[in-house]
Design a protein around this ligand. Structure first.
Ligand code: NAD
Length: 486
């Protein structure tokens, strides 16, 4: 089978890297190579930055409602290509088809939403303390922004960054994950079809060290938006100098199941939160915190249902759970099963891969997990769940908050007091009541507290991609000094 080689997209052209090196992405369900990509380096980033620098004045000066017309076109093209992109995503990333289609839908939604921002991009006006003076703020672009994305939402996350960056008038250097470069390239091809001026969006594929690193350190790149692991986020924070940085990092999310909850509903939420996308969502529920009165019942319902989930290729209609992204992720899952056993947790199901090709790992449930154990504290990013028993709402909140991360949390209860305590006291960027930890809608803020990082993505991300500039207009025809200075 002939493997196609894809190129970088710089200054409106598809070009090869001068490194003359390439890498493959693999289908995680079959371990077959999908295509070959440029293994670029800092020279490619230099070319991309020059193109982004040159195109910046034109794009900045394009009125935002006109910029929006490109975003509307991209939205329309994505709708036309939804099925093809979703199938490609299953092939390259492994998630099941309906989830991949949801991922593309998020991209459609964010381009539509941000296109609408073209006619808003609101600034503010406020009274002056002086007569005959007008005060206002306007939004201006940051300049060149570097966008670095992970593999788990290979169409949606780049779109969450590209759409607001474009509408705010920035030019872009985009580096996708090396596990899903083809999804990124197909997205960029669609954006190219919209007629976006050359140099406004540039895509460079390659490793974190040779492509990501020069982006985060480049003196002409003013802003960074990064989604990925806590470790890489920490490295970026320490090496990005004084750039404006938005970090969307890992988490260890939890569902609380209280004694009065609708257990059937909580079960559905726990299965979806824990094993949806094979546990590889930043919002995946990897801890289920259960009241002692319903613990045994919920535990057996959860294990029985998890054992019935069908692993397989995401293109098959009968598949519930696809593969992990790569061999390293499979090895990590095995490692945490060993850690769980060593820590004294009891393995109730799963705990192993599947013979044959593909990076499959069975839905895995540990019980008797201590809240402070590694199994309950560290992000595994696989289909491995820790069940934790609690006595009351105070303990549930304490355990839920007792981690270094803070992205998504959920509580199942019919009790208003429990629900509002969770809403007010859970130290997470997102809290769901009677729903799983998964289910973000793009027009609300998305982001976490503590080590999950800084800033907000999705609908409220304009602050990440623009500066709110203050404007004073004095029409008194004399020098007026603020603060009452005569
Ligand atoms: P990762 O940190 O390994 O890689 C993310 C991106 O950073 C990739 O493009 C990678 O090539 C690049 N990179 C790696 N080293 C770099 C460096 N030194 N400099 C610059 N770039 C570098 O993460 P991943 O495995 O791709 O993604 C999984 C992680 O992402 C999980 O921790 C998950 O929780 C997190 N995630 C968070 C969110 C969120 O919104 N909070 C969403 C999705 C995923």
């Amino acid at each position: 089978m002939k493997i196609k080689t894809y190129k970088n997209y710089i200054d409106g052209k598809w070009i090869s890297s001068k490194t003359n090196k390439t890498f493959f992405s693999l289908n995680p369900a079959t371990e077959q190579p999908i295509a070959r990509f440029q293994d670029s380096d800092d020279n490619d980033i230099e070319l991309a930055v020059s193109a982004a620098e040159e195109s910046f004045p034109l794009w900045r000066d394009t009125p935002a409602p006109k910029r929006a017309e490109f975003l509307f076109k991209i939205r329309d093209l994505l709708i036309q290509e939804k099925d093809r992109l979703a199938k490609l995503e299953v092939k390259e990333m492994g998630k099941v088809y309906k989830e991949a289609a949801g991922d593309v839908q998020e991209a459609i939604d964010i381009f539509e939403y941000m296109a609408g921002e073209g006619r808003r991009l609101f600034g503010r006006t406020t009274p002056s303390e002086l007569k005959n003076k007008f005060n206002a703020t306007i939004r201006i672009p940051i300049g060149i922004v570097g966008l670095i994305s992970p593999w788990n939402f290979p169409i949606a996350i780049p779109s969450w960054k590209i759409a607001p960056a474009l509408i705010c008038g920035n030019t872009i250097i985009f580096k996708p994950s090396s596990d899903t470069p083809l999804c990124a390239i197909e997205l960029v091809k669609i954006i190219e079809k919209s007629g976006l001026p050359k140099g406004v969006l540039n895509l460079v594929t390659g490793s974190g060290s040779k492509v990501g690193n020069p982006i985060i350190k480049h003196p002409k790149i003013n802003g960074l938006s990064f989604t990925g692991s806590r470790e890489t986020g920490k490295f970026i924070r320490e090496n990005a100098g004084l750039k404006k940085v938005n970090l969307e990092l890992g988490s260890k999310n939890a569902i609380i199941v209280m004694e009065d909850s609708n257990l059937k509903l909580a079960l559905e939420g726990a299965l979806w939160g824990a094993f949806g996308t094979t546990g590889q969502r930043c919002t995946a529920a990897s801890r289920i915190i259960i009241h002692e009165k319903v613990f045994n019942k919920f535990e057996s319902m959860f294990v029985n249902s998890a054992k019935k989930l069908k692993l397989g290729n995401g293109l098959s209609k009968t598949t519930d759970v696809g593969p992990l992204i790569n061999k390293a992720a499979l090895e990590k899952s095995y490692k945490y099963v060993d850690i769980g056993k060593q820590e004294g947790a009891k393995l109730l199901c799963g705990g192993e891969g599947v013979k044959g090709k593909g990076f499959f790992f069975k839905p895995t449930i540990f019980t008797n997990v201590r809240p402070n154990s590694r199994l309950a504290q560290e992000e595994i990013f696989g289909p491995i769940v820790a069940l934790i028993k609690i006595k009351n709402i105070d303990e549930a909140i304490k355990v839920c908050n007792g981690i270094k991360y803070g992205l998504s949390s959920a509580i199942y209860t019919g009790n208003m007091q429990y629900a509002f305590r969770a809403i007010n006291e859970l130290e997470f960027g997102i809290t769901y009541v009677n729903s799983s930890t998964i289910g973000a809608e793009i027009h609300l803020p998305f982001g976490g507290t503590k080590d999950t990082g800084w800033g907000k993505e999705a609908g409220w991300s304009l602050d990440e991609f623009s500066e709110e500039k203050t404007v004073y207009i004095d029409f008194s025809r004399k020098l007026q000094k603020a603060q009452g200075v005569e």
